[in-house]
Write a protein of this length. Structure first.
Lengths: 132, 291
């Protein structure tokens, strides 16, 4: 039995990635990282800023996502996101710019816990990217 | 009758106008192709988004406490209308069609005694509406600087809408745009985005048992604002394709009309030239005869 399923990543402007031979996807879901294998139960969840890992026969790909929604159904994983970057091609200046912007956001007073959590997550991830 | 020189000048001026309209048509055709491609590329996202929302709203157990963006405020007093138009003119009936549709809706709303608020996106819509509805327009947005439709702009618009919704400034929100059917036909559309219309949630047979993480309500609360951005982005994409299509056919017509005019003027020019020659000949002959 093959252990592969289909992965589709779309952003508002275009279809970002479509792969048929994915064996595992590691998504930074809102309530913790989640590994998705074939025949996972149908699920809808949303993403926090983090690293998305895609394992396939051809190797392992890493992407940085800021937000999004995932839907897994009938062995098709759809990821809707408005901001996704391949880690190999990510623009260093974008990372540092985004990092300083988000740090500014954190210093604001009127944040609720959820957005504070999301922002600090984002900072952590961006820091780990820029240190690599 | 106009002199030969005047006719010549007119022919020249019509010809140069024709050159301009021809060039505009070509540009519009090139842009249309890109806009159409963009609209097609954007479709999977909005379709998937719609599907997920559909599944979620079916799965929601407690309809009473559903997020307000889905269920509405329970009132129907204040209507917010977002009119999406272009920033440039010379595109045939493109803007007027949207405005006509919007105005019909406006007068329906006001005759029912409800309050009306308008946000215009694109400067042409504002220009056409400010005469009659200047006191109703609460905000005007224009994206003249951005060359292409992008999601960032759509998010800006939806942010404004959501913020004012959270301040309870309106109950129902409708967006007006042109749906692109083909180059010749664009259909003006009115789409209600807040509260989400249930008419689109028709296919209930596709009920799936999803696992939600976190809870449905929380996902919905996160998703609905995004859906508004998506819907607006979709409308903007459709609009930009429509705008180029409409401009292309308008400019095509203008080029053809200019061609006809040039033909007519050329005939007139040739006739009067002939008449002048004949007149001169008669003068010479009669002069020779009188000798």
């Amino acid at each position: 039995m093959s252990e592969e399923f289909k992965l589709e990543i779309v952003n508002p402007e275009k279809s970002f990635l479509s792969k048929e031979d994915v064996t595992e996807v590691l998504v930074p879901a809102f309530e913790g990282d989640m590994g998705i294998l074939k025949d996972h139960i149908s699920i809808i969840s949303f993403l926090k800023p983090g690293i998305l890992k895609v394992f396939s026969k051809s190797g392992e790909d890493k992407y940085y996502v800021e937000d999004g929604i995932i839907e897994f159904k009938d062995n098709t994983l759809s990821i809707l996101t408005s901001s996704i970057f391949s880690l190999d091609k990510i623009d260093r200046s974008y990372v540092s710019q985004s990092l300083s912007d988000t740090e500014k956001l954190l210093s604001k007073e009127d944040l609720d816990d959820q957005s504070r959590f999301l922002i600090s997550q984002k900072i952590d991830v961006l820091k780990s990217i820029s240190s690599n | 009758m106009a002199s030969l020189d005047d006719l010549k000048k007119r022919i020249l001026s019509v010809k140069s106008t024709q050159k301009i309209t021809k060039a505009m048509k070509m540009v519009a055709a090139a842009k249309l192709k890109r806009a159409q491609e963009n609209a097609e590329k954007g479709r999977p996202y909005s379709e998937k988004m719609n599907n997920i929302i559909l599944n979620l709203s079916n799965g929601i157990s407690d309809k009473e406490n559903a997020p307000k963006l889905l269920a509405g405020t329970g009132n129907d007093k204040v209507h917010l209308c977002v009119v999406l138009t272009s920033d440039r003119g010379l595109c045939g009936g493109f803007n007027s069609n949207i405005i006509k549709k919007a105005k019909a809706y406006f007068s329906k709303i006001t005759s029912e005694g409800k309050n009306l608020k308008i946000i215009t996106v694109g400067s042409k819509g504002y220009d056409q509406l400010k005469r009659q509805y200047s006191d109703k327009i609460v905000n005007k947005i224009s994206f003249k600087e951005s060359k292409n439709v992008n999601f960032f702009d759509a998010e800006k618009v939806s942010k404004i809408i959501i913020e004012s919704f959270q301040k309870n400034e309106f109950d129902v929100c409708t967006i007006f745009y042109n749906k692109f059917k083909n180059v010749i036909t664009q259909i003006p559309q009115a789409q209600q985005i807040i509260p989400l219309k249930s008419s689109e949630t028709g296919n209930e047979n596709e009920k799936d048992n999803y696992e939600f993480e976190p809870e449905e309500d929380e996902i919905l609360g996160n998703l609905l604002p995004k859906n508004i951005s998506t819907q607006i982005f979709k409308a903007m994409l459709e609009n930009s394709a429509s705008e180029q299509g409409s401009r292309m056919s308008a400019m095509d017509n203008a080029t053809r009309n200019a061609g006809e005019m040039v033909d007519k003027l050329t005939i007139q020019y040739n006739r009067s030239r002939q008449a002048a020659i004949t007149k001169e000949l008669i003068e010479i002959i009669s002069g020779a005869e009188s000798l």
